[in-house]
Design a protein around this ligand. Structure first.
Ligand SMILES: [Cu+2]
Length: 493
C-alpha cells in the first residue's frame, strides 16, 4: 500500500509562475513537490499497534515537584528493513518522552546537549519565564547541560509540547526527531474519567539511503514537503478500541508544515480542548477539524458499536494558499480497529467543562503585516517577512507591557497560509476577516498558534504575564528559520 502523495504544482503551476520564478527545477517545480517523492520513497514498516508514549520519569519524590534530565543526542532506529536510520532524539525515543505534570508543579528539567550543534528546549504554549523558554538567544552548546526551571500555574491544564528553538536550525532538529508532548493536568478535570490517548503527529522524509533528507529550496519556500506522517513514531499504526467506548484524544501537530484536516470514517468528533486546554463547553458533533502546524486539539471520539470493524483517521485534502499553488492530498494517518466483545456503555459528556473568563477590553493595538519578498534566506525562492523585516535576534520589533490586554491584527498579504505562534501565553481569537467580511470567533478557546490563511486577517486578544523577550513567528518551521520571526519585548508595568 502506498500513501497518496501531495498534489503540488501539477496543473496549477502556470498560474503560480510569478510566485515560483527562479525555481531551479524549472517548469516541473522542485524535486520535493513537482515529482512527488522523486528520489525518496523508502517504505517504513507500517500497521503496528499505536505506540503508548513513554513518560519522562520524575526523579523527585517531593509532592509538587517534577525533576528530570533529558538528553538530546544522535541515535539510530531500524525504521526501514535492513537499514539503521540516523536520528536526533530525546532520550533515544521517537517521539521524545512525555512530560506529564499537574497544575501548580515546580518543574526542573536538565537538558544535556549531545548533539553536534546548538540546541534549546522551547516549552511550546506554556507561560514559562522568557529566560527559561529556550529562545534562540540562549543556545545550549554541544556537550553542555542547561537546567530549565519554571512553575506550571493553576489554570494551565492542557496539551503542550516541547521542541528545539535554536537559531536557524529548528526545522532540521525537529525533522530529525526532536519533539515530544508536555501534558498539564488539573485536579478538577471534568473529563478525568474518560480514557485518554495522546497522538503526536510528526513527519519523516527518508531518502533512498534510508536517511532523513535535508530541507531544500522548495522546503524553505513552502515548508517541508513529502515524506510520511507518523503517529507516535509509527506509520499507519492501528489503534484498538472497545466498541462503543468514548475516548479523549489529545492530538498534537508536530509536523514542520503539514496542515491536518482530520476526519475519521463513520465517526464525528466532539471538540473539548485546544492549545491552552479545555473549552468552556463541548463543540460538536464535527465531521472534521483543522489542526494547523504546532496546534493541538482534545477530541472526544465514541467508537462504533460494531465489533471487529476498521475505520481510517485521515488528514483530508487541504490547500496551503488561496492561489492554487499547492494542495495537500488526502493522507491516511491511523486505523481505528474495534475489538471483539460487547459494546461499552455510553459515556455522558458534561455540558460545561470549565469557565473561560473574558480577557477584558484591549488597551493597546498592534498590527502585524505578513509579506512576501522575492528572495528568501536559507536558499528559499522567496522570503516571508513580518512588518517588512526578516528576523534579527538583536533587534526588538514589538513592545508590550506586562498585564496589558492588546488586540493584534495579523494581516496575511502573502500567497501562503501561515500559522502564527506567540511564545509565553495563550490568546483568544476575536474575529477573522476575509474579502471585507468579518466573522467573530465561533466559540471561546485558548490558542498559542493561529492560522492566518493567505489574503485574510485574524484579530487576536493577547496578554503577556511576564517581562522579557518573547518570540513571535510562523510555525512552518522552514519559514521560522528563514526569518519569519519577530522579537516581542514585554516590559514591566
Ligand atoms: Cu509561514
Amino acid at each position: 500500500m502506498t500513501v497518496k502523495r501531495r498534489e503540488f504544482l501539477g496543473t496549477t503551476l502556470a498560474g503560480a509562475g510569478a510566485l515560483l520564478a527562479g525555481c531551479g527545477g524549472g517548469g516541473g517545480g522542485g524535486p520535493a513537490m513537482g515529482a512527488p517523492n522523486a528520489g525518496f520513497g523508502v517504505s517504513l514498516s507500517q500497521g503496528q499497534p499505536l505506540k503508548v508514549l513513554s513518560k519522562l520519569a520524575n526523579a523527585s519524590s517531593e509532592p509538587g515537584r517534577f525533576s528530570a534530565t533529558v538528553t538530546a543526542a544522535p541515535a539510530s532506529l531500524p525504521l526501514v528493513e535492513g537499514r539503521a536510520t540516523s536520528l536526533w532524539l530525546y532520550d533515544g525515543l521517537l517521539p521524545g518522552p512525555v512530560v506529564d505534570v499537574r497544575e501548580g508543579d515546580h518543574v526542573r528539567i536538565a537538558l544535556v546537549n549531545g548533539l553536534p550543534l546548538d540546541t534549546t528546549i522551547h516549552w511550546h504554549g506554556l507561560p514559562v519565564p522568557p529566560d527559561q523558554d529556550g529562545n534562540p538567544m540562549d543556545p545550549v552548546r554541544p556537550g553542555a547541560t542547561r537546567v530549565y526551571e519554571f512553575d506550571v500555574p493553576a489554570g494551565t491544564a492542557g496539551t503542550y509540547w516541547y521542541h528545539p528553538h535554536a537559531h536557524g536550525t529548528t526545522a532540521e532538529q525537529v525533522s530529525m526527531g526532536l519533539a515530544a508532548p508536555f501534558i498539564v493536568r488539573a485536579a478538577d478535570d471534568p473529563l478525568a474519567q474518560v480514557p485518554e490517548v495522546t497522538m503526536l503527529v510528526t513527519g519523516i522524509r527518508l531518502g533512498a539511503n534510508g536517511q532523513v533528507s535535508p530541507d531544500g529550496p522548495m522546503d524553505f519556500s513552502v515548508g517541508r514537503q513529502d515524506g510520511q506522517l507518523l503517529v507516535n513514531g509509527g506509520w499507519l499504526p492501528v489503534h484498538a478500541v472497545r466498541p462503543g467506548e468514548t475516548q479523549r484524544w489529545r492530538i498534537l501537530n508536530a509536523t514542520s508544515a503539514r496542515y491536518l484536516r482530520l476526519a475519521l470514517d463513520g465517526h464525528a468528533f466532539t471538540l473539548v480542548g485546544t492549545d491552552g486546554g479545555l473549552l468552556a463547553a463541548p463543540v460538536g458533533p464535527l465531521a472534521e477539524i483543522l489542526v494547523a502546524p504546532a496546534q493541538r486539539v482534545e477530541l472526544l471520539v465514541t467508537a462504533s458499536t460494531t465489533p471487529g470493524a476498521r475505520f481510517t483517521l485521515r488528514a483530508l485534502r487541504h490547500p496551503i494558499d488561496a492561489m492554487g499553488v499547492g494542495t495537500y492530498a488526502t493522507e491516511d494517518l491511523l486505523t481505528v480497529a474495534t475489538t471483539a466483545g460487547t459494546p461499552a456503555a455510553a459515556t455522558a459528556v458534561p455540558a460545561s467543562l470549565r469557565p473561560i473568563e473574558p480577557p477584558g477590553p484591549a488597551v493597546a493595538q498592534k498590527r502585524l503585516v505578513l509579506t512576501q519578498s522575492g528572495m528568501g534566506m536559507m536558499g528559499g525562492m522567496f522570503g516571508f517577512l513580518i512588518n517588512g523585516r526578516p528576523f534579527d535576534m538583536s533587534r526588538v520589533d514589538l513592545v508590550s507591557t506586562v498585564g496589558e490586554v492588546e488586540d493584534w491584527d495579523i494581516v496575511n498579504d502573502t500567497l501562503m497560509d501561515h500559522p502564527i505562534h506567540i511564545h509565553g501565553t495563550q490568546f483568544r481569537l476575536v474575529s477573522r476577516e476575509s474579502r471585507g467580511q468579518v466573522a467573530a470567533a465561533p466559540y471561546a478557546a485558548w490558542l498559542d498558534t493561529v492560522d492566518v490563511p493567505a489574503g485574510t486577517s485574524a484579530t487576536i486578544r493577547v496578554r503577556q504575564g511576564l517581562a522579557g523577550k518573547r518570540m513571535v513567528h510562523c510555525h512552518i518551521l522552514e519559514h521560522e528559520d528563514a526569518g519569519m520571526m519577530a522579537v516581542l519585548e514585554v516590559r514591566p508595568k
